[in-house]
Design a protein around this ligand. Sequence first.
Ligand code: FAD
Length: 341
Amino acid sequence: YKESTKNGGVNIDDYRGVWVFAEQREGKTLNVVRELLGEGRKIADELETELSAVLLGHNMEEEADLLIKYGADKVIYVDDELLDVYTTDGYSKVIFDLIEERKPEILLIGATNIGRDLGPRLSAKVHTGLTADCTRLDVDKENRRLMMTRPAFGGNLMATILCPKHRPQMSTVRPGVMEKAKLHEDHEGVVEVVKPNLKAEDIKAKVVEVVKSDKPVVALEEAPIIVSGGRGLGNEEGFKLIEELAEKLGGVVGASRATVDTNWIDHSHQVGQTGKTVRPGLYVACGISGAIQHLAGMQDSKCIVAINKDANAPIFEVADYGIVGDLYEVIPELIQALDNV
Ligand code: FAD
């Protein structure tokens, strides 16, 4: 096997420790980092090894300390002006150097836009595999293997993928799926500040300007309550009713892909396999049939309420409360009832 592997014949027993990539934007780590720390902690405990967060940025000491309180045993904080803003070249070089030097056995990255760019680049550089867009991670303790599960074949089955011969075992993990690590003020750990071997010439693509989208950001993954509309709304106008109910409940608006494809609503609202994965306290599905690709994004919600005029719609199979009826009759009644609360 030594000859067959491209990375110079790695001995997988040389690799130890679980790493989490602590993605940051404008000096703040993303929520997905807390999710990865929560999951990483469980994996590290099971393998009886250390959990480290890898933070790249500039002037982020406070954020580094915070990662310890979220359960990291160690924060490898690479501080450099060149790492302030993400670049594929800069970040992949720095993390590649760290992997070569310190040999982690597992590296978890959030499946964000940046994570989806960084993960493949990095795995190709270190000649290891990458399981993208995982929704579940388990550990085979005896063999120190990470069992990485993700939807496959259009969400019709779940595939569990192993990386038996190469290290690190790399996975990008969908935001919103894993439980967030809790803050423990007294959790102890070490922040190690590292100066990278990085020059401006190493970064071929220069970030000239960061232009923020003027569309309002829908924080679907964060929302405790989501009211989603589907094709059953009949038209774009129908979303006004969904918005009204969402507002009354203090929630945000979600959508099925059918409504996004017909341009009734922006893609940022889409829930499901090719949209966002959510697990709010309350998910209200209105005029949504419950296709497997939609369920993949919301079935872990704590309480699901479905409104559909077809009593046989599959959404009722996952619903805690089902209302069989026309949404244009049911929702106004719900709104009126909420007004009277
Ligand atoms: P429909 O399936 O058409 O359902 C409409 C429902 O509304 C019906 O159940 C109907 O009984 C009900 N209805 C109609 N009128 C009323 C009324 N007046 N009152 C009450 N109920 C009414 N879909 C997603 O949502 N998210 C994804 O991320 C996603 N990813 C996909 C990825 C792939 C690779 C593929 C192949 C598909 C994906 N889909 C996704 C599409 C998915 O398969 C379904 O086509 C889609 O979810 C259907 O949307 P819908 O439930 O709104 O529409």
